[in-house]
Design a protein around this ligand. Structure first.
Ligand code: ZN
Length: 333
């Protein structure tokens, strides 16, 4: 991980905008290439969560202007194609990923934003707003937790287990609480993180893992497990735990990028009528709905940021997250 000077971004397409980055952050999923990518001379750009100020717009971008403070969801999309209209901007026919070939990453000073009008969401705040960390969470982590809760069908009548006390798991707790869930069991074993989980709305914390953890959740639910399970880790043990703690007829949603090839789909899960759902979150579809609650302080998802680094400190930020010293790192260029 290194920081390099590159040419300033310029408009390529009339649908582009140039955004100067005010805040960015490091995602748990950034740690996968951090841990596995071979060192290379050329390297590649990284970062898919950022907010900033529009500096310049292309001729087709009519709804944004220089000076607007905007947040970018973690993929760019036109927001007009059939998939986007169905709320699945992650499958946009004209969209793509930050940091892909020819596209800037968010962890930098400025970004050329393709499909700017469909991608960027204008924020009614100034460049120095105290809300910037929580608004930045709209880029990925809060909508991802929300997507997990929504696809699982969380509502005031459902009980919830959240697996994982990372930033996504804690965001899923916050989202489940916001959707009215009364019992939210958080499975995690880092006390500082589960304490924030309680603040976000967790009613119970289970630190045990594996069979012991499953037994604890069942004990808390009269032996049955919960109606919904939000799997926010992506490891094999987490999805197996999910099947262990879900109530018959219940739903498991997974938003942790899966590091396993198979899920349990045996006769036992068939007999118990378990639904498996979830997937990559179309953050853009949820920002308009979540934004008012962030603006008025009803929710403070930015509390997941516990360390801040400048651009030169980004390599240290990766190390801190990889070593679990930091829950989620905020970058302030
Ligand atoms: Zn689209």
């Amino acid at each position: 991980m290194r920081v390099e000077d590159v040419p300033d971004p310029v408009l390529h397409e009339p649908t582009d905008a140039i955004v100067r980055v005010l805040r960015a952050c490091i995602c748990g999923s950034d740690l996968w290439p951090y841990g596995s990518m071979e060192a290379s001379e050329q390297g590649r750009r990284i970062g898919h969560e950022f907010l900033g100020v529009v500096e310049e717009v292309g001729g087709d971008v009519s709804e944004l202007k220089a000076g607007d403070v905007v947040v970018a969801p973690f993929v760019w999309a036109d927001n007009t194609c059939d998939f986007c209209r169905e709320g699945l901007q992650t499958s946009c026919r004209h969209g793509g990923n930050w940091g892909a070939a020819g596209v800037d990453g968010g962890q930098g000073e400025a970004v050329r934003v393709p499909q700017a009008q469909g991608t960027l969401v204008k924020l009614p705040v100034g460049e120095d707003s105290a809300l910037l960390p929580s608004l930045l969470s709209l880029s990925d982590v809060f909508p991802t937790g929300h997507h997990c809760a929504v696809t699982a069908g969380v509502n005031p009548r459902t009980t919830v287990t959240v697996i994982g006390d990372g930033a996504v798991g804690l965001s899923a707790v916050l989202a489940a609480k916001r959707l009215g869930a009364e019992q939210i069991i958080l499975m995690g074993r880092h006390k500082q993180r589960t304490d924030l989980g309680r603040e976000f709305g967790a009613t119970d914390v289970v630190a045990e893992r594996g069979e012991e953890g499953v037994a604890k959740v069942r004990e808390l639910t009269g032996g049955d497990g919960t109606h919904t399970v939000l799997e926010c880790v992506g490891l094999k043990q987490a999805i197996e735990t999910a099947y262990g703690v879900v109530r018959a007829g219940g739903t498991i949603s997974r938003v942790g990028a899966p590091q396993y090839p198979d899920v349990p789909a045996d006769f036992g899960t068939f007999l118990r009528n378990i639904t498996l759902t979830g997937g990559v979150a179309p953050a853009r579809a949820y920002i308009d709905e979540l934004l008012p609650d962030v603006l008025d302080g009803t929710v403070q998802p930015g509390k997941v940021f516990d360390r801040t680094f400048d651009l030169d400190g980004v390599p240290d930020g990766y190390r801190a997250m990889a070593d679990r010293e930091a829950l989620k790192v905020l970058i302030r260029p």
